[in-house]
Design a protein around this ligand. Structure first.
Ligand code: ADP
Ligand code: MG
Length: 452
């Protein structure tokens, strides 16, 4: 079982955490509800119990291990080579470090990432509203908006904020039953309950929580019976005035395959979006993370300008940003070199290449309508007068040449126009470009601002 649990832990804590903290653990016994692990050093015992005990326990339980507590005993392992970050002296007296079970531990939720706290969340313009709303919900008090609906693109911090709320509530009021899980897990539990004829238990569990958090709710779109059950659970909790927090990759109204009554329910609360990160936020996040790494690798030299470079060049997804920084430090410490711009480019060439700025059709439309001083709505509207049709064709031309969108896809973004209309527009501009120097200059100028 421990082998299987370890595989799941690898997934939930990530490869480097796993290698540093989980891999060296040895399960000695499960006795009287206590799972006893041996760890090679007391430093590790402390760290693991502080940061990963809950996660380990949750996974053990999910694997049906009869454990309600975990203990870490210090026993120098024979074959164990001490990990580089673990430099604390090896204690010879076994010092057990224990973690008490939380009251919510019997809930069928997903483990919380110990790093996803409010303290570790860097706030900037693009996420300040979502952060403030999350804080408010975590503070407790009367339920003022229900549900809290957080949405935004991949890697912008939705899951981080949800876990932060859960951590905070558990600290503030350990008696509250907080259930966090992904919509996928919700479906999985639901299907399992149906199969095992345990629907009564299922309903009872989900309707008895104080706070329900469902991550990535777009997953249940198109899954009819799961939606149905979700809707009933949702209503039952709202009726009892219990807080619900939902996340998705887009706004409720835009989730296709989600029933209208659910959409309108979701829109009833507070809907806030996490915007793509901007330069300042990326830099802030990088600075925070880099501080951590500098403490971990005190001997590494770090040149000025590297973080600024990364904040400029790497996409809006924070997960990608974090991965890049982790790789950079690991690489530099391995080869024993100073982290310079050259080293950064060498080490991260694939990530940098993948993050090269991609222009969207919407940006093109915006810039072009600004340039010709027409309304954005006219760009996609039906008007055919030359003063509007021409800029529209310019935008179509740029969309064709600067994005990877197909003609039908471009047409759709121009108010549902046909692909032949787009093709005609693109051709017209190609002709004009050769004969009309004003158009040629406009195109050149627009292309440069869009690429900047
Ligand atoms: P999402 O659920 O929106 O796809 P996550 O919450 O999983 O994104 O975030 C991806 C990674 O980026 C996580 O490691 C998270 O800790 C980190 N992250 C995202 N936003 C921030 C932020 N504002 N400050 C610090 N770390 C962040
Ligand atoms: Mg997520």
């Amino acid at each position: 079982t421990w082998g299987r649990v370890k595989e799941q832990l690898l997934e939930s804590v990530g490869r480097s955490n796993y290698a540093n903290w989980i891999e060296p653990l040895e399960l000695r016994k499960v006795d009287n509800g206590v799972a006893v692990f041996s760890v090679p050093t007391s430093f590790m015992a402390n760290w693991v119990s502080r940061n990963f005990a809950d996660t380990i326990l949750t996974h053990l339980k999910a694997a049906n291990a009869p454990a309600s507590r975990v203990e870490f005993k210090v026993e120098p392992h024979q074959s164990q080579t001490v990990t580089p970050v673990d430099t604390a002296p090896v204690a010879h007296e076994p010092t057990p470090v224990t973690v008490q079970e939380t009251p919510a531990a019997d809930l069928p939720g997903a483990p919380l990432d110990p790093r996803f706290t409010f303290d570790n969340f860097v706030v900037g313009k693009p996420n300040e509203l979502a952060h403030a709303a999350a804080r408010r919900v975590a503070e407790g008090g009367p339920v003022t908006f229900n549900p809290l609906f957080l949405y935004g693109g991949v890697g912008l911090g939705k899951t981080h904020l949800m876990h932060a709320i859960a951590h905070e509530i558990r600290v503030r009021d350990p008696k509250l039953r907080v259930l966090y899980l992904s919509a996928e897990q919700f479906m999985y539990r639901f299907v399992q309950a149906l199969r095992d004829r345990q629907m009564i238990d299922f309903k009872q569990i989900f309707r008895s929580v104080d706070v329900l958090m469902v991550d990535d709710v777009q997953f249940i779109a198109g899954k009819d019976s799961t939606q149905e059950e979700f809707f009933h659970t949702f209503n039952a909790l709202v009726d009892q005035n219990k807080q619900i927090i939902i996340s998705a990759d887009r706004a409720p109204g835009e989730i296709q395959g989600l029933e209208d009554r659910i959409k309108s329910r979701l829109q009833c609360g507070l809907v806030v979006d996490l915007h793509p990160t901007d330069y300042e936020l990326r830099l802030g996040i990088l600075q925070t993370k880099a501080e951590g790494y500098r403490a971990q690798y005190p001997d590494l030299k770090f040149a000025d300008g590297v973080l600024e470079f990364l904040a400029h060049r790497i996409s809006t997804n924070v997960r990608v940003l974090e991965g890049a920084l982790m790789r950079l430090f690991a690489f530099a410490s391995l080869v024993g070199r100073e982290i310079t711009l050259d080293l950064t480019q060498e080490c991260l060439s694939d990530i940098l290449k993948a993050s090269e700025r991609k222009v969207t059709v919407e940006e093109i439309q915006r810039k072009v309508s600004e340039h010709y001083a027409i309304r954005l709505s006219d760009m996609i509207g039906p008007k055919r007068v030359r003063s509007i049709a021409r800029p529209r064709q310019v935008a179509m031309y740029l969309a064709k040449h600067m994005t990877t969108r197909s003609l039908p896809e471009i047409g759709r973004r121009f108010g549902g126009r046909d692909h032949t209309t787009v093709m005609h527009g693109v051709r017209r501009i190609e002709e004009l470009k050769a004969t009309d120097s004003q158009i040629a200059d406009d195109l050149e100028m627009l292309r440069r601002t869009l690429e900047a």
